[in-house]
Design a protein around this ligand. Structure first.
Ligand code: CTP
Length: 418
């Protein structure tokens, strides 16, 4: 992939050297365009050496190559980090005073801004309006991380970690390549410094070495959740059962097959996680006997009967362990429900939230061809702590951003001291 890495004039420019490394080590061809101010923090020689490409910030260098047009046209992805208040303002108002702003105006592919500035500058109405303008045009603007800033101050405004920007950039490029919307719907919360464990996909319960009982889960919603949590700055442990899509780059990946494998991986990953999201479709039953050899049909004999036994309820066990330890961990369940004679979808879901004891339950209504494997989703998020149910709909990335936002809000509500 051809990436343009725009570097703004902020102290966090030095951290972008690590981001550049992540891009080049993943095999991408990167052209760095620092602003004039950025070169006061990190010199052009550093960017040339690390990218292996010539670096300029002037539209008057190599004029015959028409760089101010070419670079934006050719880039599969443009990432700007640190995006200063000044750069966001220039991009929002379409200014074209240097090579980077020209390139942004010529962008054909997705664009991602990773802001970094002092909290007052980030929260200023002018900056927020510029961010909204950019987002409304389909540009992805990450939320800055919270923490210690350059001076004695601290608050939202830190550059997200290079790994988080890398993961968000890769997820954005993947979504754009797959024909999805250009902007990655970014959560408005920061999960910087949090460990988030996410299970996704459908478990497979073996009958014999070649056959299994499975389900229709594609893992798309879980992958979108992981991308949204990464973009919000979290460290993501991703427990992937069978999936039709690739897990996003940047997660700590653990592959699992059956419900029992997932149980083991989830209990281990949860020990020091701040958040556990069980988005996997876990088989409630598994065959009581697993044949070591392929089960053969025998002429004249009846087909074999498959006896099933219950699988452990992993979500419930996670909640019990958390409660026993009294740890400040937020646990999120998913529920795929259909209404029936006993109650509608929400009644069933409310009962399930109580039964499972988790903090949030993300509920969707299923039927054949609905939700499973689809690109869009529509959910209601129920809270075990009395907050009003919240609806979220749109692409699975939109729903993921809404769930991650809700996780951020619930973390501060339930554990205000954290
Ligand atoms: N889940 C789990 N372990 C299981 C089954 C489900 O951890 N053995 C989790 C899922 O990952 C999901 C939530 O529990 O987060 C709800 O799963 P669902 O299958 O809808 O719930 P069930 O407990 O199977 O309830 P029911 O069969 O009554 O619908």
């Amino acid at each position: 992939m051809r990436i343009v890495l725009g570097v703004g004039g902020g102290i966090a420019a030095y951290k972008v050297a690590s981001l550049l490394r992540l891009f080049t080590e993943a095999g991408h061809k990167v052209t760095v365009i620092p602003t004039e101010a950025a070169t006061r923090f990190v010199g052009i020689a550093t960017w040339e050496a690390l990218s292996g490409n010539p670096v300029s910030n002037s539209v008057f260098d190599d004029v015959e190559k028409v760089n101010h047009v070419r670079l934006g046209h050719e880039a599969d992805l443009i990432v700007v980090a640190p995006a200063t208040a000044d750069l966001l303002a220039k991009a929002a108002t379409g200014q074209a005073g240097d090579l980077l702003t020209n390139t942004l105006l010529m962008a054909h592919g997705p664009v991602l801004f990773a802001p970094a500035m002092h909290t007052e500058m980030w929260q200023h109405a002018a900056t927020q309006a510029n961010v909204e303008t950019l987002r409304s045009r389909g540009v992805t603007v990450l939320e800055p991380a919270s923490g210690r800033l350059t001076g004695a101050d601290s608050g939202p405004g830190r550059l997200p970690e290079p790994e988080a920007i890398f993961a968000a950039a890769m997820a954005l490029a993947e979504a754009a390549a797959g024909g999805e919307e250009k902007a990655l719907p970014a959560a408005h919360t920061s999960l910087a410094g949090r460990i988030v464990t996410i299970s996704a996909g459908g478990t497979r319960e073996a009958l014999d070495p070649v056959r299994f009982l499975g389900n229709r889960s594609s893992g798309k919603q879980g992958a979108a959740l992981a991308a949204a949590a990464l973009a919000a700055g979290a460290t993501v442990r991703f427990l992937a059962a069978h999936m039709d899509v690739q897990p996003p780059a940047g997660v700590e990946l653990v592959r699992v097959e059956s419900a029992l494998d997932l149980r083991e991986a989830a209990l281990k990953a949860a020990v020091d996680s701040d958040v556990v999201i069980m988005a996997a479709a876990v088989a409630d039953f598994r065959p009581a006997e697993v044949s070591d050899t392929k089960i053969k049909k025998v002429d004249g004999e009846d087909a074999p009967l498959v006896r099933l036994v219950r699988n452990p309820d992993i979500l419930h066990e996670l909640v019990e362990r958390r409660n026993a330890q009294g740890s400040q961990q937020l646990i999120v369940g998913f529920a795929a429900e259909t209404g029936d004679a006993q109650g509608d979808v929400l009644e069933h879901a409310t009962a399930k939230l109580k039964r499972k004891g988790c903090d949030l339950l993300v509920v969707n209504q299923v039927g054949i061809g609905r939700v499973f494997g689809q690109d869009d989703n529509s959910v209601v998020i129920l809270s075990g702590h009395g907050a009003e149910p919240q609806s979220a709909a749109g692409s699975k990335a939109d729903v993921a951003a809404a769930v991650v936002d809700r996780v951020g809000a619930e973390l501060t509500r339930v554990f205000p001291a954290l």
